[in-house]
Ligand binder design. Structure first.
Ligand SMILES: *[C@@H]1O[C@H](CO)[C@@H](O)[C@H](O)[C@H]1NC(C)=O
Ligand SMILES: *[C@@H]1O[C@H](CO)[C@@H](O)[C@H](O)[C@H]1NC(C)=O
Ligand SMILES: *[C@@H]1O[C@H](CO)[C@@H](O)[C@H](O)[C@H]1NC(C)=O
Ligand SMILES: *[C@@H]1O[C@H](CO)[C@@H](O)[C@H](O)[C@H]1NC(C)=O
Ligand SMILES: *[C@@H]1O[C@H](CO)[C@@H](O)[C@H](O)[C@H]1NC(C)=O
Ligand SMILES: *[C@@H]1O[C@H](CO)[C@@H](O)[C@H](O)[C@H]1NC(C)=O
Ligand SMILES: *[C@@H]1O[C@H](CO)[C@@H](O)[C@H](O)[C@H]1NC(C)=O
Length: 545
């Protein structure tokens, strides 16, 4: 008896894990190197495994189906596929596109119950015997408080608190006479209801989630999540912000689900994001729970698929109020938590023979309309290379993207006229063989594949179209730094080979060639059209056989 208690507590200690979140490291990737494609993510813990759910933008560029990922350490995420076939006939084809997916588990029926936002009445509900599906939709949606029947149910959360299921939802009013010509186009208010005991419907009795102000901030609240701390109900939300890059971050709190609610604004732009959920993480050593606020950050405009995420612990004051978010670019948050059971997932990217960092401050760069890129590296080890993989996002291009893996003799040779590199593999991709998000494009290496440590290798990326393809870059910390962003590369002084302003170093070096620039340049006629994009590298990885 005592021994088993001791073993259990030892096991608990061994299961302690730590995760570090950094504000500027926003893009998440699965263990195969593909971008996590889950807008409006919700992370749930089922059977001691963390699951991340969200809407896929990869295929259609708009919400299309729901993807899930699993992890035991919140770092290595394994893609678990779509929750149901997005091409099948589902309620998701209706308004809302099955947005804000949330799942609760019913221990009595042993069913996972997926709620989603779609349609003009209620919420579609689907069930599955496993957390990653396949889910099957019930024949009728869950009903909400009939007083909102004339409005459109919108963003919502479902959660189990204190053994009771709850939904918090916003009801959209497109016909409110107060709508402005410019803004706001809609009004929406938050409401909380209990779920029925089978967690597949609501009680149809709702309570408003509103502050005493009952102002335009309460009346534009969306993307809610709910949690409980020290017997107090907390509802986080944001203001209307359709796929934009930042919105007011709200926290409501009350001792009763029926209110009254105290409201706080804890961020003006939510660190350029929109809250998507709060993840409670228990520290197994202390039993303390950390509540991780997480939000989707999107560039703004149609490129929703480029969405990243920020994660940070909410900091509570003695009276239960919450401190402002810390949006400092470099802010880091280390959290101790209970590791999931099972083994840490691995995949093509995590097992790669050589790779740029799996996690870094990657930024999207869309410039294949202006540049051919030559990403170079020195082979980290000897062996036979089987493929090189790079993250590329497409949209409406008509010209294919061409990728070539090559080896070369020296950097000066590479940029010299008439130099011929040795081709190791090529592949072309069109927009339909890529996706709207940063999935991996694989180039099989088919010849001259055996390398020695230190060999100079490269990947040429070429796809000049009116609409550029996009890749990911990070700062390597070598070479001169550049203050310019993605669009700045065509302007200002660039490093030129033979110039005196930098000393080339580093394993990962990126060279660029303006599209169509094929001759000596400069007044002396001595400047190569190929020059270094200083201190930058494309995200990629190399697989050895
Ligand atoms: C995983 O761990 C949880 C507790 O953390 C436990 O309840 C559950 O039974 C475990 N599941 C498996 C499959 O080991
Ligand atoms: C929810 O309850 C309503 C009746 O109140 C019913 O019409 C509907 O079919 C129920 N939906 C589900 C998924 O149980
Ligand atoms: C939690 O549930 C118990 C039992 O139903 C109830 O007595 C208690 O008031 C609930 N706590 C809160 C904060 O609602
Ligand atoms: C997105 O956020 C950044 C940082 O606050 C800001 O500079 C930029 O203008 C925003 N973009 C849009 C489209 O609002
Ligand atoms: C892993 O890499 C292999 C070889 O490049 C490729 O065939 C396979 O599709 C990749 N798997 C995933 C899940 O990306
Ligand atoms: C794109 O490539 C796929 C195969 O990779 C091919 O089946 C398809 O026809 C191509 N589409 C266009 C528009 O070229
Ligand atoms: C590269 O591979 C090709 C085809 O296998 C071969 O003809 C050529 O000699 C190789 N080049 C080098 C430099 O190894």
């Amino acid at each position: 008896m005592r021994l088993s208690v001791l073993l259990a507590s030892l096991a608990a200690v061994c299961d302690a894990a730590q995760v570090k979140f950094t504000n500027n490291i926003r893009l998440l990737f699965d263990v195969d190197g593909n971008q996590i494609d889950a807008y409006g993510s919700k992370i749930s813990n089922f059977n001691g495994v963390y699951y991340l759910y969200g809407n896929s933008f990869a295929i259609e560029g708009v919400a299309f189906g729901i993807k899930s990922y699993s992890s035991v350490d919140l770092i290595n995420w394994k893609y678990e596929g779509f929750l149901f076939d997005p091409y099948s006939n589902t309620p998701c084809n209706d308004l809302g596109g099955c947005g804000r997916p949330h799942i609760v588990f019913n221990p009595i029926t042993q069913l996972y119950i997926l709620w989603a936002n779609a349609g003009s009445s209620g919420y579609p509900v689907a069930t599955s015997s496993t957390p990653s599906g396949p889910f099957f939709f019930l024949s009728s949606p869950a009903a909400i408080d009939p007083q909102f029947n004339g409005l459109q149910p919108a963003d919502f959360t479902v959660e189990i608190l204190n053994n009771t299921g709850y939904i918090v939802f916003s009801a959209l009013n497109f016909r409110d006479p107060r709508a402005g010509s410019l803004w706001p186009p809609i009004f929406q208010t938050l409401h909380a209801s209990q779920l029925t005991s089978n967690l597949e419907n609501t009680t149809e009795i709702s309570y408003p989630v509103v502050s005493v102000a009952d102002d335009l901030i309460d009346q534009e609240a969306e993307s809610p999540d709910i949690f409980m701390r020290n017997g107090i109900y907390y509802i986080v939300a944001s203001n209307t912000c359709g796929y934009c890059n930042g919105s007011i971050g709200l926290v409501y709190r009350s001792a009763s689900i029926q209110g009254p609610w105290m409201r706080q604004i804890i961020a003006g732009y939510s660190c350029n994001g929109q809250v998507e959920g709060v993840l409670p993480l228990v520290n197994p050593s202390t039993g303390q729970t950390t509540y991780i606020w997480h939000s989707t950050s999107v560039p703004g405009g149609p490129r929703v698929g480029f969405g990243g995420h920020i994660f940070q612990p909410l900091q509570f004051n003695g009276d239960g109020s919450v401190q402002d978010l810390n949006c400092a670019a470099k802010a880091q948050f280390t959290v101790d938590f209970q590791a999931g059971n099972g083994t840490v997932a691995s995949g093509n990217a995590t097992m790669a023979g050589q790779a740029t960092p799996l996690s870094a401050e990657y930024d999207y760069v869309c410039d294949s309309d202006q540049f051919v890129l030559y990403q170079t590296w020195t082979a980290a080890k000897a062996g036979t290379i089987s493929s090189v993989s790079v993250n590329i996002a497409a949209s409406v291009q008509t010209v294919p993207l061409s990728l070539t893996v090559f080896r070369f003799d020296s950097y000066s040779d590479l940029i010299a006229p008439e130099y011929k590199y040795t081709t190791m593999g090529t592949a072309t991709f069109n927009r339909t063989s890529l996706s709207y998000v940063f999935d991996v494009a694989n180039v099989p290496v088919t010849s001259n594949a055996t390398v020695q440590q230190g060999d100079l290798l490269g990947l040429a990326i070429s796809g000049a179209d009116f609409v550029p393809y996009c890749h990911l870059e990070y700062s390597t910390g070598t070479g001169a730094s550049s203050s310019s962003g993605p669009t700045g590369w065509g302007h200002g002084p660039q490093g030129s080979w033979g110039g005196s302003s930098f000393s080339p170093s580093g394993t990962y070096r990126l060279f660029q060639q303006g599209v169509g620039q094929n001759s000596w340049r400069g007044l002396q006629g001595t400047i190569s059209p190929i020059y270094e994009r200083l201190g930058k590298s494309v995200k990629f990885f190399v697989t050895y056989a």
